[in-house]
Ligand binder design. Structure first.
Ligand SMILES: [Zn+2]
Length: 264
């Protein structure tokens, strides 16, 4: 039996896939991954994401500047982003956010470029894909201000918190603001056991799954390159934690992904 699932966060434009990108996408489809949202991290990677989406019916693009890549982002770059956002296979602005773990760009600049991109999302009527690492308080604050001022999409969906690993209080604040929560292969790591209670408390109708390929492979593939065909491992892990069937996890998370990103 093959599950029909959606990988809501992958970076197949990265050089780790230069050798075998087409095979990786084929393997994903064989594994039941019916759609992949390929997420950009800067202008070049976002352009590549769009190209991949143009030639692969099951691939969709998100465009944006990752917090690691914002140091030299200009207003002209943001105008380019606005243009890209009009492409019919662009389904989100992302990934965007704050990263205080690596802090590769100064925090003030991370904030400024995040706010610019939140504005682009609101004007383009697109959801956002949020990256937040060791920046939870500032991220909740920034998104509260944004959701209080920017008009929501008709369905009220604001976007996705990618690779969520926070506590239930933080999750509730994101959910209340109209965000979905996305979980990756790390939920099956032995060190993630203490997050299971939080995951059980998250409503299944607001959850997405992702690989974050080439990063964060499932436990059985630690140390290797991750790829979308490994997503069923995360379906199994989430089903076990939630005490529901893998079919239920597959069906619900795919339906949620279609709603968030307006996928066909
Ligand atoms: Zn990512």
């Amino acid at each position: 039996m093959t599950l029909a699932i959606i990988d809501t966060h992958a970076h197949l434009d990265m050089p780790q896939f230069d050798r075998d990108r087409a095979e990786v996408i084929n393997r994903a489809h064989e594994a039941g991954v019916v759609a992949i949202v390929n997420v950009g991290t800067d202008l070049k990677s976002s352009e590549h994401a769009i190209k991949l989406a143009e030639v692969n019916p099951g691939v969709f693009a998100a465009v944006g500047f990752h917090p690691h890549e914002v140091a030299s982002v200009s207003k002209a770059d943001i105008r380019r982003l606005i243009d890209m956002a009009r492409h019919k296979k662009v389904v989100a602005i992302g990934e965007i956010g704050l990263d205080y773990y690596r802090s590769r760009s100064p925090h003030e600049i991370q904030h400024k470029v995040l706010e610019w991109q939140l504005e682009v999302a609101a004007e383009s009527n697109l959801p956002v894909v949020i990256h937040s690492r060791q920046a939870e308080a500032d991220m909740v604050d920034t998104l509260k201000k944004w959701t209080a001022s920017a008009k929501p999409r008709d369905d009220g969906i604001r976007g996705v918190i990618h690779c969520f690993s926070g506590g239930i209080e933080t999750a509730r604040q994101y959910l209340d603001m109209g965000f979905h929560i996305s979980l990756g292969g790390y939920i099956g790591y032995p060190t993630s056991r203490n997050s299971h209670a939080t995951i059980r408390a998250l409503p299944l109708d607001r959850l997405l799954i992702e690989t974050d390929s080439p990063f964060l492979p499932p436990q059985s593939r630690r140390g290797q390159r991750n790829e979308p065909s490994y997503l069923p491992v995360t379906v199994m892990a989430l089903a076990e934690i939630k005490g529901v069937s893998p079919e239920t996890v597959a069906r619900e998370t795919a339906a949620n992904a279609r709603r968030v990103f307006h996928l066909p």
